[in-house]
Design a protein around this ligand. Sequence first.
Ligand code: ADP
Length: 483
Amino acid sequence: QTLKLSNKNLVQTNSFINGRWKSSVNTFPITNPATGETLAEVADVGVEEAELAVQAAHAALSGWSGRSAQERQKTMEKWHSLILQNSSDLAQLMTAEMGKPIVESRGEVQYGASFIKWFGEEGKRVYGDIIPSPKSDRKIVTLKQPIGVCVAITPWNFPLAMITRKIAPALAAGCTVVIKPAEDTPLTALALAELSREAGFPDGVINIITCSKAESVGTHLTTHPLVRKISFTGSTEVGRILMKNAAENIAKISLELGGNAPFIVFDDADIPSAVEGAIASKYRNAGQTCVCANRILVQSGVYDAFIEAFTEKVRALNVGNGMDEGVQIGPLINAAGIEKVESLLADATSKGAKVTTGGSRNSSGDLFFQPTVIEGVKEDMKMSSEEIFGPVSPIYKFETEEEAIEMANNTIYGLASYFYARDIGRIWRVSEALEYGMVGVNTGLISTEVAPFGGIKQSGMGREGSKYGIEDYIEVKYVAMDY
Ligand code: ADP
């Protein structure tokens, strides 16, 4: 075992079903992308275990939903404190299996835990209504009830927070859950399960299925008649498949899919803060988030000033093993990730764009890529329409506000967008015109548990976080009461 954690219980390698660890004769290796070493062998379970997990979640439903919101909050609060107490170990686990810099992993533990705290409290505020009735001898009442068994399928780029952002509202509402974490990062998910066990969730309320091939287990979970809600974060291609699966039993579905975030710097922007925002938005997690700036659009009047300051900062970024303090850019998740970055760059340069910084792999290891700036990018180049998911900044020059808005909206995606400007009229106009679920104005970082996170167009449906986040896990029942 190469992981050296102070709490040994956090390293779990079996699936978690009905409050018990479930092993399998089949296992799959979890690799540290920074070093290539195998961290652990994890149980590779199949449809049979997925079925057991759904049955366990179904059996636990009436007990859990029968508790008061206060009681559920108490268990969630305990889980929240255990996560914070173990934050250093959880951060190490995350950096080991996923590669992000340790400071970002520490940040993710806090961010991920915040959903548990927020929704534990929010569960107490799921109010129904009494609606004024058109008939004097009738009362019209609405009840809000948990939707039922939920399935969460999560990606590798936020191994902890993508799970808590989905299951915290579900648990607070009284639902039970089956989680299928990404095959690259199940260790963080299993550590969360261990802490949930210690926090005292009843058996079957939280279940985790680990498997190396998502399709068979994923299909079983998302077409299961006992599953009433599916929540997915990942690629638009898989989202499309799961939406079809959900149709089988008319299950409710939330999708948080790909993005193609524009980051627009207008002539009236404060340039130093725009540079800082662009670095934060683009290079977090080595560019591997669905809200990372994917296209940087700069107005001609400030183009040279912005590019000079931005490029200088990009060149100064420290690449290396995320475990080392001071590292800002870790490895990409796997070979496919780095190959995609290379092919997008090759396509753009073959069509006339110019790499001005970086542009190739970094010597730290097989999966490291240099922070890159590429100028003269045009809309017909692949990186203008595809998610880069790597530390590459394509730069576009524009003349007018209308042109910037048109370019920004020229995509099938609509998740996050950002712009820097000071003119109040422009700020309103552009905020309203951007076809995105989220707009960061004079900021490159927008995620917080108190705000609704989500996209429009082919970036998905539903919102996570905030008072809206719990609605996806609740059904409204209308009771007409004559007397
Ligand atoms: P990424 O490109 O970020 O890896 P994916 O959409 O491929 O995104 O994966 C996100 C999650 O969806 C992972 O947990 C993965 O295992 C799962 N997944 C992939 N294919 C399927 C499928 N056919 N059915 C269910 N889940 C799937």
